[in-house]
Design a protein around this ligand. Structure first.
Ligand code: HEM
Length: 378
């Protein structure tokens, strides 16, 4: 926020050591994310990236070869392959399953007085949902949360190690699907690599798998954690939601606006000189759109500083903007509304076990969310 007060486009050194233009206002965030000269192709920025050992875009070390790392026409082709699985219509069909998983997790919690909400609920719910969609067997799910967290950290060595681990992990999953195809998304994608038209290369298949494993859970874990922290800080709003469950879907938008789980990310690379908000950006410069701050700065009906679950159509860029707009948004919204609604309904007394000010946050960087959230249930 201090940075934004100095101006909406600021030169910053990120924790990774990378120098970048931070974009901090809502309008300029949207302009940057749709600017034709701000792309995912890292070629002009290669030198700056290499200088800090930046690995996100190196082949075989994370979600390279995925739609998020691609520009059109590759982006269009890769997104089209998985888009039907995440359409609003298909996600609606998953609703009953998400409800069942939620109920099972809350049943397991109900015997206890105090739990870490992250470990007991906000992490296992999205992990189970995305694993079932992709077809990750239960015994193979352990480990990927820890490695995802490590991959999203700002420490380059840790990130490199986690990126390689995640690639190997998905490669092994894919090999399993090739040998024994099942009714799941990874098996469908494997079938596309055998396609004669070459719809999907092996590297793209693995990149897509890694992206879905990462994007499909860590973001939602933090949406749920941030939402509960926000409600603990604003018990009047929790009371409103208990009385008006019809506001849950709107409340999820408000949670995303108020404390977005993707705090600082959305890197883009300048393919040509350009101007953004009166600032000259040169070819090869790195732009980092701060989605959390841009969302908090968005014009709203009512006071943007307060949490208001009934705010009409909260504006935010928590899911990004433009062609890379979050593909999993319908899934995240549905999981968010069910999870928060059921938590408040089943545990009317739920409250933090200690002062909310002492919540242990993920170190500042791409993600924002509580590492643990000890709560008292009754
Ligand atoms: C892209 C946020 C949940 C899959 C994105 C982007 C953001 C985002 C900000 C755009 C990044 C950019 O432009 O640089 C979130 C948040 C979530 C969430 C806040 C939860 C609250 C999910 C889920 C999935 C998912 C559940 C499920 C698979 C994706 C994919 C992309 C993406 C595949 C890349 C889209 C593209 O490049 O065209 N997400 N996401 N996300 N997200 Fe999500």
């Amino acid at each position: 926020r201090q940075l934004r007060l100095q101006g909406p486009v600021q030169r910053v050194r990120l924790r990774s050591g990378l120098d970048a233009w931070a974009v901090l206002s809502y309008d300029l965030a949207r302009e940057a994310l749709t600017h034709p000269a701000l792309v995912q192709d890292t070629t002009p920025a290669e030198e700056a990236l290499a200088a800090v050992g930046y690995v996100l875009h190196k082949k075989g070390q994370g979600a390279t070869g995925s739609m998020l790392a691609a520009d059109p026409p590759d982006h269009t082709r890769l997104r089209r392959l998985v888009a039907p699985t995440f359409s609003a219509r298909r996600i609606k069909l998953l609703q009953a399953r998400v409800q069942t998983i939620t109920t099972e997790l809350l049943d397991q919690m109900s015997g206890q007085d105090e739990v870490d909400l992250v470990e007991a609920f906000t992490a296992p719910l999205p992990i189970t949902v995305i694993s079932e969609l992709l077809g990750v067997p239960e015994e193979e799910r352990s480990g990927f949360r820890e490695m995802t967290g490590q991959f999203l950290s700002a420490q380059m060595d840790a990130r490199r190690e986690a990126g390689i681990w995640l690639n190997n992990y998905v490669a092994a999953l894919v090999a399993g699907k090739r040998a024994r195809p099942a009714d799941d998304l990874l098996s469908d994608l494997v079938a596309q690599t055998n396609d004669e038209d070459g719809a999907l290369s092996d590297a793209e298949l693995i990149g897509t798998g890694v992206l879905l494993v990462i994007a499909g859970h860590e973001t939602t874990v933090n949406l749920l954690g941030n939402a509960m922290v926000a409600l603990f800080r604003n018990p009047d709003q929790a009371a409103v939601l208990r009385q008006r469950p019809d506001l849950l879907e709107n409340a999820v938008e408000e949670f995303l606006r108020y404390d977005s789980s993707v705090e600082q990310s959305s890197f883009r690379f300048a393919a040509a000189d350009l101007e953004l908000g009166g600032v000259q950006i040169r070819r090869g410069d790195v732009v980092s759109v701060f989605l959390g701050e841009a969302s908090r700065a968005a014009p709203q009906t009512g006071d943007p500083k307060v949490l208001d679950v009934a705010r009409p159509s909260p504006r935010h860029v928590a899911f990004g903007h433009g062609i890379h707009y979050c593909l999993g948004a319908p899934l995240a919204r549905m999981e968010g509304a069910i999870a928060i609604g059921e938590l408040l309904r089943r545990f009317p007394q739920i409250r933090p076990a200690g002062p909310v000010e002492e919540v242990n946050w993920i170190p500042a960087g791409i993600m924002r969310g509580p590492v643990q959230l000890p709560v008292v249930l009754r």
